[in-house]
Design a protein around this ligand. Structure first.
Ligand code: SF4
Ligand code: SF4
Length: 93
């Protein structure tokens, strides 16, 4: 999370994590999760390119999302050109 100094003209300070991605598992705080409609997905890989957690895997024509690492940010939902990624509440799964 970028930090801001009190001075409004200052640039955000970014703290980089030194932890490996494999240690960055999602806790039980995620409230929404992406679900891909396999019948509409074209396999364009846009979701794979945009996912900041690198948890979209391209093992098949339709990508698979590793929910152990997905943070539920919704970027894949927004960026999918076919609008085939739904955002559903965790409680409903
Ligand atoms: S961005 Fe959408 S259409 Fe493209 S691979 Fe991902 S889910 Fe499928
Ligand atoms: S919701 Fe965010 S973290 Fe999860 S697969 Fe989509 S882009 Fe990646």
């Amino acid at each position: 999370m970028p930090l801001l100094d009190d001075d409004a003209r200052s640039l955000p300070r970014v703290i980089l994590s030194t932890r490996r991605m494999s240690e960055n598992k999602t806790g039980n705080w995620r409230t929404m999760r992406p679900v891909i409609d396999r019948h509409i997905c074209t396999g364009c890989q846009i979701c794979w390119k945009y996912c900041p957690e690198a948890c979209v895997k391209l093992t098949d024509k339709v990508p698979a999302i590793d929910m152990d690492f997905c943070k539920g940010c919704g970027i894949c939902v927004e960026e999918c050109p076919k609008r085939c990624v739904s955002f559903v509440p965790e409680a409903s799964v």
